[in-house]
Design a protein. Structure first.
Length: 290
């Protein structure tokens, strides 16, 4: 495969919310070299661009995305192990990475067993759960910057914070990540992965079109608790509904639009702020024309 270029490509099929209009340009580079050339050319000609992983925490506008949307494909969907290191391409499934590491007898990624999305997205967001996150196990990441330059960056250089990395400050795309793990018992790892998976299936509406947690947890509290305490479970705007199973999830129950989701998010934020004096910050990424 030498890359794909499409025009006016609908983005809804590429997101877990199944929402979103078309991208003016939709690019699937074959490898890091093609990616670097593409974003350097786009930047040079003033064409805006953004990157889309598995779309698991992304809300795409109904009007679509002006400019180019870049999706890393098969050339970045790879994994290899070197001793205690797991070296994964940016489009590799974060959940699958945790499973494969466990089969290798390597511990440290169990928390990722229920986090949808790609390795690249996990690095970008410093994805975490169960009192762990990417910053605790990442050794380094390869990044292509918007001018087409490339480099390998260590953990401290990536400026990790809560759901934050240097990629929130400087435009670039992760192409590969190296995770430093430790030897562990395969059966214990498998049991922990199964436990986390079971808990998510029981407490999150994963059988419905959703995008994971919609809001970040405020310091010392949980967004889901605040939303539920504000009486917002089951609240609806159009086809978008606050999940009865997990209040920090909004599900696409009936052909919801991005405007439905945004209206419901704003209602939740306003109500929680009025009740508790806390203004929730979105965790989902908003993409496209407003």
């Amino acid at each position: 495969m030498r890359g794909v270029v499409k025009q006016a490509e609908p983005l809804a099929p590429y997101t877990t919310w199944k929402i979103g209009g078309p991208a003016d340009l939709f690019l699937v580079p074959a490898d890091a070299e093609q990616l670097a050339s593409a974003i350097a050319a786009l930047s040079r000609h003033g064409v805006p661009w953004t990157v889309l992983g598995r779309g698991s925490n992304t809300l795409v506008s109904d009007r679509g995305v002006r400019g180019a949307v870049i999706k890393l494909g098969e050339g970045f969907d790879r994994l290899r192990f070197e001793g205690n290191l797991a070296i994964a391409g940016a489009s590799y499934s974060f959940i699958k990475l945790s499973v494969m590491a466990g089969k290798e007898g390597l511990t440290g990624l169990e928390y990722a067993g229920g986090i949808p999305g790609t390795v690249g997205g996990a690095v970008y967001m410093n994805a975490g759960a169960h009192h762990s996150d990417v910053s605790r196990i990442l050794k380094s990441a390869d990044i292509v910057w918007e001018d087409g330059s490339k480099g390998t960056y260590g953990n401290e250089e990536l400026r990790f914070g809560y759901r934050h990395s240097i990629l929130h400050e400087k435009r670039g795309i992760v192409t590969e990540a190296v995770f430093a793990l430790a030897p562990g018992d395969r059966k214990e790892i498998a049991a922990m992965l199964a436990s986390y998976k079971d808990r998510r299936l029981r407490t999150q509406p994963l059988q419905l079109a959703c995008a994971g947690s919609v809001f970040r947890n405020p310091d010392g509290d949980h967004a889901a608790r605040l939303i539920e305490a504000a009486g917002l479970k089951g609240a609806r705007e159009g086809g978008a509904v606050v999940s009865e199973l997990h209040a920090n999830f909004i599900v696409n129950e009936d052909h919801a639009t991005a405007e439905d989701v945004l209206a419901l998010m704003e209602r939740v934020r306003r109500t929680v702020n009025e009740r508790f004096g806390i203004l929730l910050a979105p965790e989902v990424l908003l993409m496209g024309e407003r």
